[in-house]
Design a protein around this ligand. Structure first.
Ligand SMILES: *Cc1c(COP(=O)(O)O)cnc(C)c1O
Length: 381
C-alpha cells in the first residue's frame, strides 16, 4: 500500500483509489443495499464496523476514502446533503458555545444558522468576509468554538484568507471549518492551510453531474469533536443512499478534468466581458480588479474556479431580461455541473437578501466556451 501514497492525488482519484474487487476482479466498486449485517456463531459481527444501515454502509467506503485523499484528511463522512453535513458540525456544539460566520455566504446555511443558534442557545456573530480585523474583533477567546469560513463566498466571490483566519482562531482556541464547495479540492486545500474540518456540498462539483444531492466532511484529526460529529450522523441518520454514494465515487473520478475546464472557461468569459458597456461589474477572483484577487492568487492553485457573477446596468429588470434571453445557459439554480447555469439570485433569496438586484450568477460548465461567450453577448445586446 505504501507506494500508492506517493502517487499524485489526480491518479488516485481517477482510479477510485486503485479499486479492484479481490473476489471478482471488478475495477468498479459494488453496491451494497443491505440495512443489517450478520453475526457469527460466537455472536461477533462478521465485519466489526458494520451492524446497522443507519450507522454505516460498505458502499460509503469508496467515496469516503476518495474524499479523505482529496483533502488529505484523516477521515471523511458522507451526508445526505451539504446542509446535513454543515448541521452535523453545529449540532456537535454545546449550548453557550460561540460561532462566528461570514455575513456573505450560502444563504440557506446563513438563514438556518440564525434560527438554530437562537433556539439551541448558541451565540452567533457575523463578520465582513474581506475584513480580517472584523473577524479578530468578533472572535471571543475561550468562548468561540467554530470559525466558519466559505471561500470564495457566494455570490460575490469575496475571498477569505484561510491561513490568517486559522491564526486568529488558534489564538482564541477555536476550530476553523471551511465550506470549500466552490473552490473544490482541485484548487484549494484548507487542511494544508491549517483548517480543522472541510465541508462540501457534494451535490455540486464533487459529483458534478446534477444527479445526486450529497454532503461531505473531511477532518484533519480524528479527535473528540469528530467523534461527536460521527455520533450526530449515526444517531440522526442523515446518511446517503447506497446508489447515491456509488454515483458520487463515479462522478469524483473526473473531478480534476471538469474543474480545470470550468476554471479556464470562467477566466476567458470574465476577461471577455470585463469593461463591457452593458455591465456594472464582472465579479471573478481571477480578475486583477477583484478585491480578493491577491489572496486568491496565493491560496488557490491552478485556477480561480468556475463561478462568476455579472452586475447588469439598468438594475433588476435588465438583469432578468439578460437571463431570459440566454439560450445556451440554462436558467436554473445550483452550480458545479457539466452544463452552464445562469441565475438571478435576488429573485431566489427575496426581500432580506444582501445580494444586489442587478446580479446574475453564472456556473460555468464544460461546454465549448465560444458558445457560452456568444450566448451572453447576444443576451446583452
Ligand atoms: C449548495 C451549497 C450548500 C448546500 O448544499 P446542499 O447539498 O444543497 O445541501 C452549501 N454551501 C455551498 C457553498 C453551496 O453551494
Amino acid at each position: 500500500m505504501e507506494h500508492k501514497k506517493k502517487q499524485q492525488v489526480e491518479t488516485s482519484i481517477a482510479q477510485g483509489m486503485h479499486f479492484i474487487d479481490r473476489m471478482t476482479g471488478a475495477v468498479i466498486p459494488p453496491l451494497q443495499p443491505s440495512t443489517t449485517f450478520a453475526r457469527d456463531e460466537d455472536y461477533q459481527l462478521l465485519a466489526p464496523q458494520h451492524s446497522y444501515g443507519r450507522d454505516d454502509n460498505p458502499s460509503f467506503g469508496p467515496a469516503e476514502r476518495m474524499l479523505a485523499r482529496l483533502e488529505d484528511g484523516e477521515d471523511a463522512l458522507l451526508f445526505s446533503s451539504g446542509m446535513a453535513a454543515a448541521m452535523a458540525v453545529i449540532q456537535a456544539l454545546k449550548p453557550g458555545d460561540h460561532v462566528v460566520a461570514p455575513a456573505v455566504m450560502y444563504w440557506g446555511l446563513r438563514n438556518w444558522l440564525g434560527h438554530f443558534c437562537d433556539n439551541w442557545g448558541l451565540e452567533l456573530d457575523l463578520f465582513a468576509p474581506s475584513d480580517m480585523d472584523d473577524l479578530a474583533r468578533k472572535v471571543k477567546k475561550g468562548r468561540t468554538r467554530i470559525v466558519w469560513i466559505e471561500t470564495p463566498c457566494n455570490p460575490t466571490w469575496d475571498v477569505i484568507d484561510i491561513a490568517q483566519a486559522v491564526n486568529i482562531a488558534r489564538d482564541a482556541g477555536a476550530r476553523v471549518v471551511v465550506d470549500s464547495t466552490v473552490a473544490t479540492p482541485v484548487l484549494t486545500r484548507p487542511l494544508a492551510l491549517g483548517a480543522d474540518i472541510v465541508m462540501h456540498s457534494a451535490t455540486k462539483y464533487l459529483n458534478g453531474h446534477g444527479d445526486v444531492v450529497a454532503g461531505a466532511l473531511v477532518t484533519a484529526r480524528q479527535d473528540e469533536f469528530w467523534e461527536r460529529i460521527c455520533a450526530v450522523r449515526a444517531e440522526g441518520g442523515a446518511i446517503l443512499g447506497t446508489f447515491e454514494a456509488w454515483l458520487l465515487q463515479r462522478g469524483m473520478r473526473t473531478l480534476f478534468l471538469r474543474v480545470r475546464r470550468a476554471s479556464e472557461s470562467a477566466m476567458r468569459i470574465a476577461h471577455h466581458f470585463e469593461g463591457h458597456k452593458k455591465l456594472e461589474a464582472v465579479l471573478y477572483p481571477g480578475l486583477e480588479s477583484h478585491p480578493g484577487h491577491a489572496i486568491a492568487a496565493g491560496q488557490m492553485q491552478g485556477g480561480f474556479g468556475g463561478m462568476l457573477s455579472l452586475r447588469i446596468k439598468g438594475g433588476e429588470k435588465a438583469a432578468l431580461n439578460v437571463a431570459c434571453k440566454c439560450s445556451v445557459f440554462v436558467r436554473a439554480t445550483s452550480l458545479g455541473g457539466v452544463e452552464s447555469l445562469i441565475e438571478h439570485r435576488y429573485s431566489i433569496e427575496g426581500a432580506n437578501s444582501p445580494i444586489p438586484k442587478d446580479l446574475l450568477r453564472l456556473s460555468i460548465g464544460i461546454e465549448d466556451v465560444t458558445d457560452l461567450i456568444e450566448d451572453l453577448q447576444q443576451a446583452l445586446t
